[in-house]
Design a protein around this ligand. Structure first.
Ligand SMILES: Nc1ncnc2c1ncn2[C@@H]1O[C@H](COP(=O)(O)OP(=O)(O)OP(=O)(O)O)[C@@H](O)[C@H]1O
Ligand SMILES: [Mg+2]
Length: 318
């Protein structure tokens, strides 16, 4: 089976995106309209990735919005999101396709029972029995195409990374029994990593690159207020300022792992459930399990330490 790209399909899709999102600001606004708050630098990277049809590699601390960006992009462009979650030991076949052996066996049995044993062998290698894993699914997504998220690629090993690189170069895969399958429309591809290992230069060369930091206090406040709308402005500011101070403390070696945006949003939710409208040292210490997932960090956030951090949380002071 060979699926050839439609004449000009890629170009026309790019043109459609270009018409709807003609500027970096329009990309930033589009992302904001689906709940994602991007810095100007990230919006620029997304704009270029869309315009230049290049994969975008995002690295950064946990919980800074790498995975969320791909989800937001899918919503913004109204495309389906196809996600390949990488992990230690992931193999090519889990990423591309597998044959549905049980269904193939049933086919053979049925054919034998009907006295058609001879033709069953080629018939079992039919697309009906093909299980489409994410990389194949992304290729076969009809226009306008998919957003392909290759999440946490640093968790896969180097041979797998090399295979992904080959895929990104051609957007095609070969299935020995069926032939080469090429993308009708190249997916818009986002790769993410946490730098658990250095990715190869070749992957970096092929992709546009962005390092995502924790948001500044103002952006974090906007995210909190949007995701937990019954949070008051004052409490939102306290949470965002406190999170920023915690992260600065981590740079001084006070904590092992500081909270990402996911945790601060969850903290706002928890404080709402508890009916709390203002942070104080005891409340911070009592609810620290929402922010920290490390026993040493939990122990370190005593009421006294929390009091010091609250005093030093000055991000929104005039
Ligand atoms: N810029 C942002 N705009 C809106 N929401 C955000 C943003 N950044 C983070 N979030 C929120 O934080 C949560 C965690 O983000 P996400 O899962 O994308 O982190 P990540 O960088 O992929 O982390 P990890 O490395 O642990 O996978 C999201 O579900 C979202 O609610
Ligand atoms: Mg993620």
């Amino acid at each position: 089976m060979r699926i050839d790209p439609q004449e000009g399909a890629d170009e026309s899709c790019d043109a459609a995106i270009g018409a709807t999102f003609p500027t970096i600001d329009s990309v930033a606004d589009g992302l904001r309209s689906v709940g994602y708050h991007a810095t100007r630098r990230l919006a620029t990277a997304v704009f270029l990735a869309l315009r230049m049809n290049r994969p975008l590699l995002l690295e950064g601390e946990p919980g800074v919005g790498k995975t969320e960006l791909a989800k937001a992009l899918a919503k913004m462009l109204r495309r389906s999101l196809v996600r390949l979650q990488c992990h230690d030991g992931i193999e090519q076949r889990q990423a591309v396709y597998e044959w549905n052996y049980a269904a193939q066996l049933l086919h053979i049995r049925a054919a034998e029972a009907a006295g058609e044993g001879g033709e069953s062998e080629s018939a079992v290698y039919d697309t009906r029995y093909l299980l489409r894993c994410p990389l194949l699914q992304a290729l076969l997504t009809p226009a306008p195409g998919a957003i392909l998220l290759i999440d946490e690629i640093d968790r896969a090993d180097e041979p797998f990374e090399a295979f992904v690189l080959e895929y990104l170069g051609e957007y095609q895969v070969t299935i020995p029994e069926l032939g080469t399958i090429r993308a009708e429309v190249s997916p818009i591809t986002i790769l993410t990593g946490n730098r658990t290992r250095d990715l190869g230069e070749a992957v970096k060369r092929r992709c546009l690159y962005q390092w995502l930091d924790h948001p500044d206090a103002q952006r974090e406040l906007s995210i909190i207020l949007e995701q937990v709308p019954n949070t008051s402005q004052a409490l939102g500011e306290q949470i965002a300022a406190f999170a920023r101070r915690l992260r600065e403390g981590a740079a001084d070696g006070d904590f092992h792992r500081v909270p990402g945006v996911a945790e601060t949003v969850e903290w706002a939710r928890a404080l709402n459930v508890l009916g709390i409208s203002e942070l104080d040292p005891d409340i911070v210490a009592e609810t620290a399990g929402v922010l920290f997932k490390d026993p040493d960090d939990l122990d370190a956030l005593t009421p006294e330490r929390a009091a010091g951090l609250l005093r030093a949380s000055t991000a929104f002071e005039q």
